[in-house]
Design a protein around this ligand. Structure first.
Ligand code: SAM
Length: 330
């Protein structure tokens, strides 16, 4: 492997930047942005699009090749269409993807497609309309489902459906979620809940992947899939003959730090080496003080220096990340 600016002390090449374009969200998921207990980043502290683009361009010159736009809810931010379009014009980016809660997907599918994005993740923790309203605070399941169907009809591939598995909430539904992969070419991704920021959930509410898998396999045998280059950390499977996939993202029960290739740009302008560590480097402050591109490249290098070998979040329920997921960018 070629050692570049973005190769860390553990020889991981960090070529993937996840960007939270806003901490604002139009849902209030009780494990992510629960009503009333999540402080908002003041508007003036949110990175402007031109600032984000500058950081991306410097990152790309240093070796960033993949970008995911996330939040908060990226589709609520004004001007997201032109921003995605300008991302699509950066030749050296080999992959641009978007994570959304799907509420505004139906009417934005064409815009997202015309920006050159083909891979989207949609968060959907339940297929039950009432439970959806309970977990998100809004009765918008039907709207989200229509958005998913519209993206499917428009040829987005893969469409990953992200399910946070939570005890006492969707534990009776994991099989139904996995069953979707038998009907549609969707990639169902079960993720273990992580104790991040103010939340109405607790570390002990996470259902760990072995338990999810045990339940899901009551539907049929899961056949392991070979790892592909664009794969994230998910352990991927398919039911025999299914058009879709089932995957497990296991930040708690099996750390995937050894293969982590990510950096994050937070909504308030920090480069963050690890989701599960609050150590990050301010890039917005120096930029607004008029620093050069070289200084920003140096900030990337510092963030890479800070990247730890492994994170320290495990089944020990005492661990907690202070910052909010919405600002970091999930
Ligand atoms: N608004 C978009 C959405 O809902 O997909 C993007 C932002 S959201 C923070 C990104 C992903 O993080 C979602 O799939 C959400 O379910 C997940 N997420 C949020 N908080 C989490 C937590 N504490 N543990 C695990 N996943 C979490």
């Amino acid at each position: 492997m070629v050692k570049t600016v973005l190769t860390d002390n553990f020889n991981r090449h960090l070529e993937y930047l996840r960007i939270s374009v806003t901490d604002r969200c139009n849902l209030r998921c009780i494990y992510c942005v629960p009503k009333g207990i999540v402080p908002k980043v003041p508007h003036a502290d949110i990175m402007r699009y031109e600032e984000i683009m500058r950081v991306i361009n410097i990152g790309v010159a240093a070796g960033i090749r993949k970008v995911r736009v996330t939040g908060g809810e990226p589709l609520v931010r004004k001007g997201i269409g032109p921003f995605l379009k300008s991302l699509g014009k950066i030749d050296s980016l080999t992959d641009i993807s978007l994570t959304t809660n799907g509420c505004l997907l139906e009417n934005n599918v064409d815009m997202i497609k015309s920006a050159g994005i083909r891979r989207i993740n949609v968060s959907i923790d339940t297929l039950d309309r009432d439970k959806f309203a309970y977990i998100t605070g809004y009765d918008v399941f039907d709207k989200v489902w229509r958005g998913i169907m519209r993206a499917h009809a428009a040829g987005f591939s893969p469409i990953k459906l992200i399910v946070v598995a939570l005890k006492g909430f969707n534990d009776q539904e994991l099989v139904d979620m996995a069953r979707l992969s038998l009907e549609y070419p969707f990639h169902i991704r079960f993720i273990e809940y992580m104790p991040i920021g103010n939340s109405r959930m607790h570390a002990g509410d996470s259902i760990l992947a072995p338990e999810i898998r045990k339940q899901v396999e009551t539907l049929g045998k899961l056949v392991p899939l070979e790892k592909k280059q664009m794969d994230g950390p998910a352990e991927r499977f398919r039911f025999e003959g299914a058009p879709g996939e089932v995957g497990f993202i296991r930040p708690i029960s099996r750390h995937f730090c050894a293969t982590c290739n990510r950096l994050r740009l937070t909504a308030d302008g920090h480069i963050r080496p690890c989701l599960l560590s609050d150590r990050q480097v301010d890039v917005k402050g120096p930029m607004r003080a008029g620093c050069s591109d070289d200084v920003i490249a140096g900030i990337f290098r510092t963030a890479v220096e800070y990247k730890q070998n492994v994170h320290h979040c495990n089944e020990d329920t005492a661990f907690k990340v202070a910052d909010q997921m919405s600002g970091i960018g999930g």
